[in-house]
Structures are given as structure tokens and as C-alpha cells.
Design a binder for this molecule. Structure first.
Ligand SMILES: [Zn+2]
Length: 295
């Protein structure tokens, strides 16, 4: 099957073909091809909100995340979405645990207005001041890594908030570049994938498609587990605050833009992911790019 991947905003990527091989018009035509199937699953995605009641730092306008997230949830609710996933760094650091819990509750109150199921991927900032237990106890989060089936799609939520030595993040015990999906979780992932026959989409805060500061230490090993299963269509990631798409070993790795970056609604970023039997469609809002990803 021909693999086609392109950005909806006009920048074309086609597998490993150079950009000049196909025209933007061709991409537009492909997008407008009549589709006689309906999405199996529709979900809202948002990442790196970094909410905190503090003054801006560089490009991070912490207080603006409230209004941006309100818009995001309103958009999600205007569509008929099955679920929403926030991909981590939901809140930013406070000096005191109590202050950060207040940030978390403020943001979670907005998230709770979403009409479908809510899911949380842990980000490093979520568990800098807080422990994982404190994050869970003060939000709608249930577990740190888990999986579930919805409308014929298998969803995996991963937790890469571990140091390379296996110690779980919490209470300022780590360097942000020291990130890992530990062996025990890798074993769980392998086992989980062996038990499903459904097309699978995975979510992680830290990246598993790169080996730089943003990537987990055992990226190649985790990618091999995903590839060997033959079931994973795509992995969605946050943490890097940029739009990026890579295809490695037949799996799409999409890094989503951060909601926090820049002031005002025009610098918002979130998306809707539609899972079809033959493809994934990412509709990007504001600074988030859109993609059409063939299965
Ligand atoms: Zn992060």
C-alpha cells in the first residue's frame, strides 16, 4: 500500500520522497477525496499547558493557559468526541505543594467540563513539585500507565516519568533529560500488545522517536516492542513544544505543539484525532499542524 503523509496546511511530506515530487494541489485533492467511511473513534488532544498563576517566563505565558484551555474544551465539546487526552505538563511548578495542587485543581475544573472520557499522560512538570500520587489524588487521573479499548481501537497511555536508574519521578528528584520507560513498563507494554488484535495508538509525554534531550533513554528498545507487535499505527507525544512528524519502522510519531507557547488565543494549540480503518486524520487548531497519516 502506498503510504501517504502530508501536512494539511500546505507543506507536503510524502514518506521519504523529497517535497518537490508532489504538488500541494495533489495533497489537497487527496484530502478532498470522498470518504464513505466514518471515523471509528474521535478524540481531542492537547499537551504542555504548563498552567501556573505566575508571570510569563520567556515565551511561556502561564496565566493565558486558562483561556486557551477553555477554548480547547469548548471546541472539543462542539464536536462529537469520544474522549480527550492531555499529554502532560498539565501544570507548571510552584514552590509549595499546596500552591501547585491549587493550579492543578483550577485546570482540572476546566477539563472536567469535557463531555467525554478524560485521560492524563504524566509529564515531567506534573511531578516536579508533586508526587505521582498527589497528581492523581487531585485530578481525574486514574493510573500512570494503562490501556483500554474504545470503538475497536486499542489505546495505550505510557509513563516515561522515570529516571534511567528506574526511580520514579516526584518531589524534585530528577533531571528533566534523564527520562525513561523502565524495563518493568516495557515488559507490561509487550504483554499488553500481545493480548490485543486491535489497531493501536499510543500516547507518551517524552519522545520515543529521538535520542536527544527530549527522548527517553531506551527509545530504540521501546520502538522495537511497538514495531514487533505489528499493531501500532501511531504514537503521539508532547514535551518538545514543536510540531513534528517522523515515520520509523512503519509507525507514525507525531509530536504535538504546546498550548503554553506564546500569549493570547492566537497562540493556542490543540487538535482532534479521527481514527479511520485506513488512516488517522489530525485536525490542528491555531498553532497545531494537521496531518493525514495512512495506516
Ligand atoms: Zn515535558
Amino acid at each position: 500500500m502506498l503510504r501517504r503523509t502530508f501536512l494539511k496546511n500546505g507543506t507536503l511530506i510524502l514518506g521519504n520522497l523529497p517535497l518537490f515530487c508532489r504538488s500541494v494541489e495533489a495533497a489537497t485533492l487527496a484530502l478532498n477525496e470522498p470518504s464513505d467511511d466514518n471515523a471509528l473513534l474521535r478524540m481531542g488532544l492537547v499537551t504542555d499547558l504548563h498552567y501556573a498563576d505566575k508571570d510569563p517566563g520567556g515565551t511561556r505565558h502561564y496565566r493565558d493557559s486558562i483561556q486557551k484551555f477553555e477554548e480547547c474544551i469548548q471546541t472539543f465539546n462542539a464536536e462529537d468526541l469520544d474522549l480527550a487526552i492531555e499529554l502532560g505538563d498539565f501544570v507548571d511548578a510552584a514552590e509549595e505543594v499546596e500552591t501547585e495542587i491549587a493550579y492543578l485543581k483550577t485546570l482540572d475544573k476546566i477539563y472536567s467540563k469535557f463531555k467525554g472520557d478524560r485521560h492524563y499522560v504524566l509529564g515531567n512538570h506534573c511531578v516536579w513539585t508533586l508526587t505521582k500520587e498527589q497528581f492523581r489524588d487531585n485530578s481525574g487521573a486514574k493510573a500512570t500507565h494503562y490501556s483500554f479499548d474504545k470503538n475497536g481501537v486499542h489505546i495505550i497511555i505510557l509513563d516515561a516519568c522515570y529516571r534511567a536508574d528506574g526511580v520514579s519521578y516526584g518531589h524534585r528528584n530528577y533531571e528533566w533529560t534523564d527520562t525513561e520507560i523502565p524495563l518493568e513498563e516495557q515488559e507490561w507494554l509487550k504483554d499488553d500488545l500481545s493480548k490485543t488484535d486491535l489497531p493501536t495508538v499510543a500516547f507518551t509525554h517524552q519522545r520515543i522517536d529521538v535520542s536527544n534531550h527530549y527522548g527517553i533513554k531506551s527509545g530504540p528498545e521501546v520502538r522495537k516492542i511497538l514495531e514487533d507487535s505489528g499493531k501500532v499505527l501511531a504514537v503521539f507525544q508532547g514535551h518538545n513544544h514543536i510540531n513534528e512528524h517522523n515515520e520509523i519502522g512503519g509507525i507514525h510519531y507525531v509530536t504535538l505543539a504546546a498550548l503554553i507557547e506564546g500569549s493570547g488565543q492566537e497562540n493556542n494549540a490543540y487538535s482532534i484525532l479521527d481514527v479511520y480503518p485506513d488512516r488517522l486524520e489530525v485536525t490542528g487548531f491555531r498553532n497545531q499542524s494537521g496531518y493525514s497519516l495512512m495506516a
